[in-house]
Design a protein around this ligand. Structure first.
Ligand code: FES
Length: 134
Protein backbone atom coordinates (compact mmCIF):
# COMPACT_ATOMS: atom_id res chain seq x y z
CA UNK A 1 0.00 0.00 0.00
CA UNK A 2 1.39 3.44 -0.91
CA UNK A 3 1.62 6.31 1.56
CA UNK A 4 -1.28 8.78 1.49
CA UNK A 5 -0.59 12.03 -0.35
CA UNK A 6 -3.01 14.04 1.81
CA UNK A 7 -4.27 13.35 5.33
CA UNK A 8 -7.41 15.00 6.69
CA UNK A 9 -7.12 16.87 9.99
CA UNK A 10 -10.40 18.69 10.63
CA UNK A 11 -13.10 20.81 9.00
CA UNK A 12 -11.93 24.30 8.13
CA UNK A 13 -14.56 25.74 10.47
CA UNK A 14 -12.84 24.11 13.46
CA UNK A 15 -10.07 26.73 13.48
CA UNK A 16 -10.71 30.19 14.86
CA UNK A 17 -8.34 33.05 14.05
CA UNK A 18 -5.83 33.28 16.92
CA UNK A 19 -7.65 30.52 18.79
CA UNK A 20 -6.88 26.94 19.71
CA UNK A 21 -4.83 24.92 17.28
CA UNK A 22 -5.42 21.34 16.22
CA UNK A 23 -2.77 18.72 16.82
CA UNK A 24 -2.27 15.69 14.65
CA UNK A 25 0.01 12.68 14.75
CA UNK A 26 2.87 12.13 12.34
CA UNK A 27 6.26 10.48 12.33
CA UNK A 28 9.51 12.40 12.11
CA UNK A 29 12.26 10.79 10.08
CA UNK A 30 15.50 10.86 12.06
CA UNK A 31 18.89 9.24 11.37
CA UNK A 32 18.03 6.51 13.90
CA UNK A 33 14.65 5.91 12.23
CA UNK A 34 11.14 7.41 12.30
CA UNK A 35 9.78 8.50 15.67
CA UNK A 36 6.24 9.50 16.67
CA UNK A 37 5.71 13.27 16.83
CA UNK A 38 2.89 15.74 16.41
CA UNK A 39 2.14 18.60 14.08
CA UNK A 40 -0.43 21.33 14.49
CA UNK A 41 -2.45 23.76 12.47
CA UNK A 42 -3.58 27.23 13.51
CA UNK A 43 -5.46 30.04 11.83
CA UNK A 44 -3.81 33.46 11.65
CA UNK A 45 -5.24 36.45 9.80
CA UNK A 46 -7.64 34.17 7.97
CA UNK A 47 -5.08 31.69 6.72
CA UNK A 48 -4.23 28.22 7.97
CA UNK A 49 -0.63 27.37 8.83
CA UNK A 50 0.89 24.05 9.78
CA UNK A 51 4.01 23.36 11.82
CA UNK A 52 5.87 20.50 13.40
CA UNK A 53 5.05 20.69 17.11
CA UNK A 54 8.65 20.92 18.20
CA UNK A 55 10.46 23.89 19.70
CA UNK A 56 13.78 24.85 18.08
CA UNK A 57 15.42 25.42 21.47
CA UNK A 58 14.87 21.92 22.89
CA UNK A 59 12.91 19.37 20.84
CA UNK A 60 9.78 19.37 23.00
CA UNK A 61 6.17 20.10 22.11
CA UNK A 62 5.20 23.75 22.27
CA UNK A 63 1.79 23.41 23.91
CA UNK A 64 1.51 22.78 27.63
CA UNK A 65 -2.26 22.51 27.33
CA UNK A 66 -2.97 20.54 24.13
CA UNK A 67 -3.93 22.91 21.32
CA UNK A 68 -3.01 26.11 23.17
CA UNK A 69 -0.28 27.57 20.98
CA UNK A 70 -1.09 31.27 20.85
CA UNK A 71 -0.17 33.91 23.39
CA UNK A 72 -2.99 35.65 25.24
CA UNK A 73 -3.30 38.23 22.46
CA UNK A 74 -3.70 35.49 19.84
CA UNK A 75 -0.82 36.90 17.78
CA UNK A 76 2.27 34.72 18.33
CA UNK A 77 2.89 31.06 19.00
CA UNK A 78 4.50 30.43 22.37
CA UNK A 79 6.63 27.60 23.64
CA UNK A 80 5.33 26.70 27.07
CA UNK A 81 8.75 25.60 28.37
CA UNK A 82 10.95 28.74 28.16
CA UNK A 83 8.64 31.16 26.38
CA UNK A 84 10.08 31.33 22.86
CA UNK A 85 7.70 33.25 20.59
CA UNK A 86 7.23 32.30 16.95
CA UNK A 87 5.46 34.18 14.17
CA UNK A 88 2.47 32.01 13.19
CA UNK A 89 2.83 32.70 9.47
CA UNK A 90 6.60 32.37 8.95
CA UNK A 91 7.45 30.15 11.93
CA UNK A 92 10.42 32.38 12.71
CA UNK A 93 11.37 32.69 16.36
CA UNK A 94 10.99 36.38 17.18
CA UNK A 95 12.05 36.20 20.83
CA UNK A 96 13.46 33.73 23.28
CA UNK A 97 16.39 31.32 23.32
CA UNK A 98 16.06 30.25 19.66
CA UNK A 99 15.90 33.72 18.08
CA UNK A 100 15.80 33.71 14.27
CA UNK A 101 15.51 29.93 14.08
CA UNK A 102 12.32 28.64 12.45
CA UNK A 103 9.69 26.00 13.18
CA UNK A 104 9.63 23.18 10.65
CA UNK A 105 6.73 23.77 8.26
CA UNK A 106 4.06 21.22 7.47
CA UNK A 107 2.44 21.57 4.04
CA UNK A 108 -1.27 22.21 4.53
CA UNK A 109 -3.95 22.01 1.88
CA UNK A 110 -7.70 22.54 2.17
CA UNK A 111 -9.85 20.21 0.09
CA UNK A 112 -13.64 20.59 0.04
CA UNK A 113 -13.60 22.49 3.32
CA UNK A 114 -11.37 19.96 5.10
CA UNK A 115 -7.90 20.92 6.33
CA UNK A 116 -5.33 18.27 5.57
CA UNK A 117 -1.57 17.91 5.48
CA UNK A 118 0.77 16.47 2.90
CA UNK A 119 3.51 14.12 4.09
CA UNK A 120 6.86 15.04 2.57
CA UNK A 121 10.54 15.25 3.42
CA UNK A 122 11.16 14.19 6.99
CA UNK A 123 7.46 14.32 7.91
CA UNK A 124 5.87 10.90 7.48
CA UNK A 125 2.31 9.65 7.98
CA UNK A 126 1.59 8.20 11.41
CA UNK A 127 1.06 4.50 11.83
CA UNK A 128 -2.50 5.40 12.92
CA UNK A 129 -4.23 8.74 12.32
CA UNK A 130 -5.64 10.79 15.21
CA UNK A 131 -6.29 14.45 15.86
CA UNK A 132 -7.18 16.29 19.01
CA UNK A 133 -8.79 19.67 19.34
CA UNK A 134 -10.94 19.59 22.46
S1 FES B 1 12.13 24.47 24.94
FE1 FES B 1 10.99 25.98 23.87
S2 FES B 1 11.88 27.84 24.54
FE2 FES B 1 13.08 26.32 25.52
Amino acid sequence: MSAPDWIAIAPESALVDGGAGIRFDLRLKLPRGPEPATGFVVRHRGRVFGWLNQCRHVPVELDWVPGQFFDSAGLNLLCSVHGAAYAPDSGICISGPCARDRLQPVTVEIRDGIIGWIPRGSLLPPTTTTTSHD
